[in-house]
Write a protein that binds this ligand. Structure first.
Ligand SMILES: C[S@@+](CC[C@H](N)C(=O)[O-])C[C@H]1O[C@@H](n2cnc3c(N)ncnc32)[C@H](O)[C@@H]1O
Length: 224
């Protein structure tokens, strides 16, 4: 088992322990804490912006022009930094206080608001308040029974005329997701469209570093 696989196995173990107590999200804080500041212990934290999002953003020639962006479940904050570099006014949040403290330390010179926040209990002022909402890998580790609620919460942040970008592991509609992180299907994603969001692009990129190579979906929506 390589390092990443060992850390993923540890994440699954912790997630299962918390789930047994009826807590679907508490394991994230425990996991970040356990890493003791070593990002190699966090399989998703490579101190780089997500490469699938970056590939999409470069192709789309994404520019912030001072628009307000929100990064959902930002972890150590590298996607927030990327959006800051593109000229967005960035707010980024995570449920884990340890992750947010870590992100603030890593990016202390940046004018980014890093906030500890639960997706399901956001500031009321954030609802319908952001021009650009970025979601990378937050939906997939949350239990399938919560999927609709998670998507509803993410959809609530965007302003009319704004945009949401989702980067996620992907699966076919008829494929049973085997283990956490549970990839999203097109049917799962269609929930975004129940919020008056129009799907504006759907790209599939392959992560060749995984064995077997695994699809990532990069999906964009515009709010009417
Ligand atoms: C798989 S990690 C991805 C982190 C980051 N987006 C990245 O790609 O590096 C999922 C993140 O979502 C956060 N998270 C999970 N549930 C959350 C919730 N209810 N509210 C806010 N953040 C949450 C976790 O703490 C974790 O940092």
């Amino acid at each position: 088992m390589d390092n990443k696989e060992a850390e993923r196995a540890r994440a699954r173990e912790l997630a299962a322990q918390f789930a047994d107590r009826g807590d679907a999200t508490g394991w994230f804080e425990a996991f970040y804490k356990e890493a003791k500041g070593d990002n190699r212990k966090i399989p998703w934290a490579d101190l780089e912006p997500n490469r699938f999002f970056r590939a999409w953003a470069e192709k789309a020639e994404l520019k912030g022009d001072g628009r307000k962006a929100l990064v959902v479940g930002c972890g150590l904050g590298d996607d927030a930094v990327y959006l800051d570099d593109l000229g967005f006014e960035v707010t980024a949040f995570d449920i884990s206080p340890t992750a947010i403290e870590w992100a603030r330390k890593l990016h202390s010179g940046r004018d980014i608001k890093f906030e500890v926040m639960d997706l399901f209990e956001p500031f009321r002022g954030w609802l319908g308040a952001f021009d650009f909402v970025l979601e990378v890998y937050t939906i997939q580790p949350l239990p399938l029974e919560m999927r609709v609620r998670v998507i509803d919460a993410i959809a609530s942040f965007v302003v009319p005329g704004g945009e949401i970008v989702v980067v996620t592991r992907g699966r076919e509609d008829d494929e049973k997701p085997a283990q956490m992180p549970w990839p999203l299907s097109r049917k799962d994603l269609s929930r975004f469209e129940e919020h008056g969001l129009i799907q504006t692009s759907f790209e599939i990129m392959i992560d060749e570093t995984e064995e077997p190579p695994a699809p990532r979906f990069i999906v964009t929506y515009r709010a009417e």
